[in-house]
Design a protein around this ligand. Sequence first.
Ligand code: 5AD
Ligand code: FES
Length: 364
Amino acid sequence: MKRFEEILNAAAFTHGDLVRLLKAEGEEIALLFEKSTAVKAQHIGKRVWFRGLVEFSNICEKDCLYCGIRHSNSHVKRYNLSDTQILEAARFAWENRYGSLVLQSGEIMHPAFADRIEHLLCEMKKLTKGELGITLSLGEQPHGVYQRWFAAGAHRYLLRLETSNQELYSKIHPEDDHHLFNRRKACLESLRSIGYQVGTGVMIGLPFQTYDDLANDLLFFKEFDVDMVGMGPYIEHEDTPLYASRNELMPLQERFKLALKMIAVLRILMKDINIAAATALQAIDPMGREKAVKIGANIIMPNITPGLYRNDYALYQNKPCVDEEPAQCRGCLDARIALADTEIAYGEWGDSKHFRQRAQRKRL
Ligand code: 5AD
Ligand code: FES
């Protein structure tokens, strides 16, 4: 235990230290969470920021082996919200003082798609008098497209690397030109160079993933100096090829526990970044996101996709809240966050403090 506490309170972590922290059990987990809670209180405070999540289309050109909405899954009923529906969702977020919105969809790399998003961004900015922050989560795109969307008003971009281990990446993606680890990584560089606040993340508890891999993921976040991280447990989906490897998985509750440990260690490692409490946590434990907020996360993404379509955006099974309407989600979240001794920062963009400080350093 002594050795564990020494590591926990050290000024910097080696790869071996991170593995040791991620392997915490029993009393050690309590110490880890105590420390990450204190770091969050000191550097972030008790507040949590909302991003209204609009999953506006489940049409996807890619075929990731783990994802329920992959192109080859013919059981999925495909949908694509109209521009009017998307703008209504933006109005809902703005009127309910969510501060920001995340536009997410399956991945489509096409000029007409790029034009559509650019147009929507301009309309959203007008509609909300420039007050609503806009995050995009639309996958890999050409540099020029990222630039146009930034110019049109998007200021944050989420692109999960899924794993920082190239070999593992190739086990969970088809081996073709559309699923290249290095291209995905290059996209993160491209987003950073344009000026976006960049978020990335990984799945936790993937088949064939090791503690070494997860420690390397954390070191990758640090080395890339990310502004935001969203990471959650991998949850198998029976209509995907990776389902065949389900015997390699650790039990769901273990994956959940490991995901919380990853969030806690990351909070200690990168004190002032934004860390999202992933929805996948709630798919395992009804209070999963609140538990994450308690020990380090500071961002929650309530789903504001019109209820009708939520069932069809099933990246994994048991996705929570698929039967609810956006207004119901708000009531439910207020109560839940209160339980975790946290205040919701309504009406604020909630930019990553880390981003602002890096930008300031650059100007000096
Ligand atoms: N389990 C957990 N997370 C998943 N994602 C996709 N499929 C799954 C799954 N089966 C995550 C990926 C993706 C994000 C939008 O959802 O990390 O980047
Ligand atoms: Fe759609 Fe991976 S299956 S981006």
